[in-house]
Write a protein that binds this ligand. Structure first.
Ligand code: ZN
Length: 299
């Protein structure tokens, strides 16, 4: 079933676990992520960053249909939306959530731009994530890490002024792959303070890849309710191809091998973050129905 990210994260927040948000590049990735979630009875959040060459309208409609037909709660989130128009196009395409990333702007400007899209999204039942502080890139980790960690005292003000449904925080992780042998240092104390200052608000961790199971498991019990993962899933898919027997007709297995590699890692994160067996059934299933025309219908 298609749900908003807010529905998923409010539950996760209430029960102290996190839900994986895998980056989805293709139709097959989306099917795999949902299938893994169904097999483990977990909610799942599909992440769509518009850095790939998507046809947003077509892909959104497709993902929406997949989510509606799924046995577990599925949210579709536009990841790192950087402008007003792309957010609206994702809403139009059927996404149930958007991330409005203005984390590189000064506080007041970040608030103003997020607030504008919160008004639009909430008017049509779509939930909104924003980021305070800034999660940088792993290939520049030493420089980026401490550059813009989230200030706990500002988080509550940001949430109150914008009306967002969840907040991405910078507590030490970074996007992409870290240098070999490097794992991020997580600022648990800062996370604890943010959770306290915000009155137990749903929080998001970006840059889950390469963070390590121990750290991810710990933060998911401390108040992180969604963990974004991209690089590690695709690295697992590439590794699966490298080690598979693809001689002769084995080459036909290309897509399946990739999905096995991608899916095995999705399942791993469902386990680590604690969302296994956390799916729920809707109280009322809303089915799309064809409009019934009567003689009173104004056409
Ligand atoms: Zn991110």
């Amino acid at each position: 079933m298609l749900v908003t990210m807010k529905e998923i994260l409010d539950r996760a927040n209430g029960e102290n676990y996190a839900v994986p948000a895998p980056v989805v590049q293709t139709e097959l990735n989306a099917r795999t992520a949902i299938k893994c979630a169904e097999e483990m009875n977990s909610p799942i959040i599909l992440l769509i960053p518009l850095i790939f060459d998507y046809d947003v309208d077509l892909f959104g409609r497709y993902l929406k249909a997949l989510a509606e037909d799924s046995a577990v709660p599925v949210a579709i989130n536009h990841d790192h939306g950087s402008d007003f128009e792309s957010a609206v196009s994702c809403i139009k395409a059927g996404f149930s959530s958007i991330m409005v990333d203005r984390s590189e702007l000064p506080f007041e400007e970040n608030v103003a731009q997020v607030k504008e899209l919160v008004k639009v999204a909430h008017a049509v039942g779509v939930s909104v994530e924003a980021e305070l502080g800034h999660v940088g890139n792993a290939n520049n980790y030493e420089m980026d890490r401490d550059a813009a960690l989230t200030e706990p005292a500002l988080a509550k003000k940001f949430i109150d002024e914008t009306g967002v449904d969840c907040l991405a925080v910078a507590i030490g992780t970074a996007h992409g792959a870290y240098n070999k042998g490097q794992t991020p240092y997580l600022d648990y104390e800062r996370l604890e303070q943010i959770k306290k200052e915000t009155g137990n608000f749903p929080l998001v961790l970006h840059g889950g890849s390469g963070t390590g199971d121990e750290g991810l498991s710990k933060v998911s019990k401390m108040g992180i309710n969604k963990v974004n993962i991209g690089c590690e899933l695709f690295a697992s898919a590439i590794e699966a191809i490298k080690t598979a027997d693809t001689d002769g007709n084995g080459a036909y297995g290309f897509a399946n091998i990739i999905e096995e590699g991608y899916g095995s890692r999705v399942k791993h994160f469902i386990e680590v973050l604690g969302s296994k067996e956390k799916a729920w059934k809707p109280e009322k299933v809303v089915k799309r129905e064809k409009a019934v025309l009567t003689e009173n219908t104004i056409l």
